[in-house]
Design a protein around this ligand. Sequence first.
Ligand code: THU
Length: 130
Amino acid sequence: MTLLDAAKAVRENAYAPYSRFKVGAALRAASGTIYAGCNVENVAYPEGTCAEAGAIAAMVAAGETRIIEALVIADSPDPVPPCGGCRQKLAEFAGQEVTVTLCTTDGQARTLTVGDLLPGVFTAAHMDRT
Ligand code: THU
């Protein structure tokens, strides 16, 4: 199973009746295991969750906390970028050098790093004086 296969498969299960925009995310954790997640919307719109958040939750629930590779896919005109909140969520568990491949369902792909997506990331070190 590749990250792309896992993200494509989980995207099929996305619950997106409001936006109709299905997203799939797959993460490879330090053990090599792949964790996948899809977006899960809610009629109270802000309660919806992104695909990346679902994949991270699955990883943490399984006892892992280090991402070594990530991929996101959606049916968008250009490779779909993680939202701002998901960039911060990825940065919690991935080093700045970790690659995030942004994909479209028609085969486009663009690979960036967590550092590219969130330069100047807020980290625990910024709280060192507290
Ligand atoms: N969405 C994700 O799942 N991940 C992203 O990085 C971008 C946006 C979802 C949230 C919502 O269900 C739908 O896409 C439209 O914003």
